[in-house]
Design a protein around this ligand. Structure first.
Ligand code: BGC
Length: 497
């Protein structure tokens, strides 16, 4: 019901718009451009997540906010207040994206993001930093749920996985740019006492520019045809679909697709009318849709999968590396002339390049196979990292090769994350729900992702300090079970989705 048409990687079916993978993407430049453009939302996400760790260690930042630079707990809260904001943003954006469209909710998120970023870049006291990060977080949360939803509603089945995975590629670009930019701007005015405030204010301000581009661009983005149909704007839905598919309105594939979209919209409407007779208030109906996600078994099972997937993604421990890589690399003996920072930079680069195979192959191999391969790869790498860590924990200084071997397995772990659950978790929620509850359900699922992100960010530094190598075993104990667990629901994770 959620997904349209047939998935046919080879593109042979009569109803298919073409091939999957690279050839399919090249054949659809307009759609590819739209998805890349919307994925600037992912860039903002990654950038905002990545920029803060570099800013925190800058000497001028420490001079301006001495309490922050010495108080670990306060620092932890400053990093994670963004994720809390994002959780609320993701949850709130479901009804917003339904009421005002996916497109205008992207615009609203960018307006909010501008406010949050300006406050952060102009901060002269700690509350301003916290408030700025919380507000920017609200916007990041909104974008993180609506961008994959929007792309997946625009995409034809043969390209849906690859195009939606562009959001993840955007995230990795953001993390990478933030890291290398910080690495460069720390030299403005010198790294010591004379460091200029621009060293940290500039990276915080620059994100406004990306967001401005995305915000202005929303005036040129098409509406989602599925949303138009939900709002009874059938003619517009048809003309938008034929424009996006670049075929005439009477093309049999467009005709079939629009019929399918209409059928699911009607089915939804009639189910609601039959389930809640007499209720017309939009607020009440929205409340009932939320309720149905928890009480109707077929929706509830999908919600469980979508949320579980988010929880598992975060409990792979990915952000233990993304947030604390410099510290981890320093712990394993990669010290001296910024070696740890360079090793962290490599994390960003590997993360980016390893996302590309997912974009190319997700629609060939299916979501479940990539989840499985990635989980096995991550499991093996983390086991090796934890074990080398346990053996050499007191003698890294005299075993530099063990330190480098650990770094290599950390990079391989990142790579396995990037092509598997790093992408799949954004795709599945957007494609398994019927239209009437889709936005709300995706909002809840992505809210769970942010809540789990918040918890991991909070517990990791403590674990690294107390149980050290046990941190890797802890995460290892959770996610390798995820694909088998999720495959309990084969219908939804079949190759077609
Ligand atoms: C996760 C983020 C993570 C990023 C790393 C995303 O899919 O949701 O929490 O930092 O991947 O690339």
């Amino acid at each position: 019901m959620g997904a349209v048409g047939v998935s046919d990687p080879a593109g042979d079916s009569e109803l298919s718009y073409g091939k999957s993978g690279f050839k399919g993407l090249v054949a659809e430049p307009y759609l590819f451009f739209l998805a890349c453009f919307a994925s600037i939302g992912g860039v903002l996400f990654g950038y905002d997540q990545g920029v803060i760790s570099g800013v925190l260690v800058m000497s001028d930042f420490a001079k301006q906010f001495p309490t922050l630079s010495t108080d670990d707990t306060l620092q932890g809260w400053m990093v994670s207040v963004l994720t809390l904001g994002a959780m609320f943003g993701a949850l709130a954006n479901g009804p917003i994206a339904d009421a005002f469209s996916r497109r205008w909710s992207i615009l609203l998120a960018n307006v909010i993001f501008q406010i949050g970023s300006i406050i952060q870049a102009a901060s002269i006291n700690i509350p301003m930093i916290f408030i700025g990060r919380f507000i920017a977080g609200l916007a990041i949360g909104q974008l993180s749920m609506v961008v994959p939803l929007y792309i997946s509603e625009l995409a034809p089945p043969n390209l849906r996985g690859g195009l939606t995975a562009l959001q993840q590629l955007g995230i990795t670009v953001g993390i990478m740019v933030a890291f290398w930019l910080n690495y460069g701007t720390q030299y403005i005015g010198g790294t010591g006492d004379g460091q200029s405030p621009a060293a940290w204010r500039f990276p915080l301000a620059l994100q406004c520019l990306f967001s401005l581009v995305l915000g202005v661009g929303t005036f040129y983005l098409p509406y989602s045809p599925r949303w138009l149909m939900m709002k009874d704007r059938e003619e517009e839905a048809l003309s938008t679909l034929s424009r996006i598919r670049r075929v005439p309105q009477n093309d049999h594939r467009v005709q079939t697709e629009i019929l399918e979209i209409k059928a699911s919209a009607l089915f939804d409407r009639e189910t609601i009318a039959a389930t809640y007779p007499g209720i017309t208030s939009p607020v009440r109906l929205s409340f009932e849709s939320y309720k149905s996600l928890f009480v109707l078994p077929h929706l509830n099972r999908r919600l469980v999968i979508a949320c579980l997937l988010q929880l598992i993604q975060q409990f792979t421990g990915i952000n233990a590396i993304i947030y604390y890589a410099p510290q981890i690399f320093e712990n394993i003996g990669l010290t001296g002339s910024s070696v740890n920072l360079l090793a962290t930079g490599v994390v960003g680069i590997i993360n980016f390049f390893s996302t590309i195979p997912a974009i190319l192959f997700l629609d060939y191999f299916g979501r479940k196979s990539l989840l499985l391969v990635g989980a096995v790869g991550m499991g093996v790498c983390q086991f090796i990292v934890g074990t080398i860590y346990a053996v050499y924990k007191d003698s890294w200084g005299s075993h530099t090769d063990a330190g480098w071997a650990t770094a290599v397995f950390i990079w391989m772990y990142i790579s396995c994350f990037a092509f598997s659950i790093g992408c799949v978790n954004w795709i599945i929620p957007s494609e398994i729900f019927p239209p009437g509850v889709r936005a709300q359900a995706v909002g809840i699922a992505i809210g769970v992702n942010w809540l789990s992100n918040f918890i991991v960010a909070l517990i990791t530094p403590r674990m690294l300090n107390s149980i050290e190598f046990g941190t890797f075993y802890f995460f290892l104990g959770i996610y390798p079970f995820s694909p088998p667990l999720l495959s309990l629901y084969p219908i939804y994770l079949s190759k077609q989705t």
